[in-house]
Structure formats: C-alpha cells, structure tokens
Design a protein around this ligand. Sequence first.
Ligand code: PRE
Length: 254
Amino acid sequence: MACGDDGKLSLDSIRDSLIRQEDTIIFNLIERIKFPINPTLYKQQLPPSNISGSLFQYLFQETEALQSKVGRYLSPEENPFFPDNLSDSIIPLTKCTPVLHPAAESVNVNEKILDIYINQMLPLFCTEADDDANFATTAACDIQLLQALSRRIHYGKFVAEVKFRDSTDEYKPFILAQDRDALMKLLTFEAVEEMVKKRVAKKAKVFGQEVTLNDSVEEVKGKIDPLLVSRLYDEWVMPLTKLVEVEYLLRRLD
Ligand SMILES: O=C(O)C(=O)C[C@]1(C(=O)O)C=C[C@@H](O)C=C1
C-alpha cells in the first residue's frame, strides 16, 4: 500500500498484492534451499565468541537496526522481528493519512513466524541437514525470505481493514463481543484458499523448472517441490494471515 492509496483500498487490489508477493516468497525459497540447513547458524554461540544469541540472530538484528535507520519500519507494511533493537530513522516520516487503525502497530506475529521457520520449515524444505559453512550467504537468504513471509502475513491487517469497511455491520457485533471464532469464520473464504494453494504450486513448478535450449530433453526434477509450497501456504502462511486479521479486528474499535 503506497502512501495516499487509501481511496484505492479494495479487496481485489489487496488480493492482487498478495498474488504478487507469492512470486517473491517462492523465488526467495528457491534461493534459500540451494544451501543445506547450516544448523550452526541457529545455535547459541559459545565463548570465545562475544555475540549473545545465535549468529543468525546477530546478523538479523544488525540488518534490521541498519534498515530502520533508513525508514524501513516507518512503513505500515513492515513489522520488525526485533523491535527492541531498532534505531530512529534518519529519514522523516512521510505525512499521509494512515490506512490502518492505530492498534495495527500492536499486532506482530513475527516470533511465531521465526519459530516455525527454524523448527519446521527449514527441515521440510532443505534436503541436507549439515553445515557447508556458507553462514553469511545463508543468513542473507533467510532474512530476505523471512521479511517476505512477514510482509505477506501482516498484510492481513490491510485485508481485515477492507473487510471491516465493506461489512462493518457484520463485523461490529463480533468485535464488541470479542468473539474470535465468529470473526475467523466470517473472514474465511475457503474457495479463495483452494485457489491460492493451487496457484502457488503451479508457480513453484514454473519458477523452479530447469531452462535449457534443448527441447528434446526429458522433464527433470524442479528446484522446489510444488506440493511443499502448497503445504507451506496451507499450514502456515494462510493460518497466520488469518490470525493477524483476527488480532487486528479484535482491536479495530479500541
Ligand atoms: O483473500 C482473503 O479474503 C484473505 O483473507 C486472505 C486469505 C489468504 O491468506 O490468502 C486468508 C483468508 C481467506 O480465507 C482467504 C485468503
């Protein structure tokens, strides 16, 4: 959502953005799985290193701190993984009417995303579990991918806002009653979810195919398993997006 796009806010335009973000996530996944898991990256550092936490945490925190100086977290689309570690932006905040309710700032599920990423996603997608010692490059891929996943999942705030504006009378009683289950039911579109799962599997097949100049070459295994990408969306991306939507709506009338 660019600054000043409030007037263009519609479920179709938000869904178009989610579709475009699928490309970013799948390309970043393909990049990350070139490397093995590299477990050393995520282990707590032992002395003599003077880093607290893991190498990955150190790189990610420093990256966020640097990016915050040039205004990354002034954007309502961006949610930090380490909010306590940020610096003030040297770029002034652009004055535009906020699209989201101010309570949006308190919705952040990045801790969950990070936990799922390290403990469930990496073992599922990376074929090799060992170290190849490419720690800095691997972490750079992790950070890009996690930021893309986080942006997509927290886009749930915009989805929820547009649904609330379009159907305020339907949402309001459930918000007043703080009824999570009813809100979840109201914002769920199963047919849309089925389309998303099919589309991301198709994109994974197309983006992951080997491109050769020899037309007679038999089809080779792609760089990424389309079924795993569909599963990623089914088990984590869409459920977390819906969690963000519910959390945002529960606070929408504060
Ligand atoms: O498109 C929507 O209506 C959304 O809320 C987004 C989304 C998704 O994460 O892709 C989540 C919930 C719906 O059931 C369908 C799709």
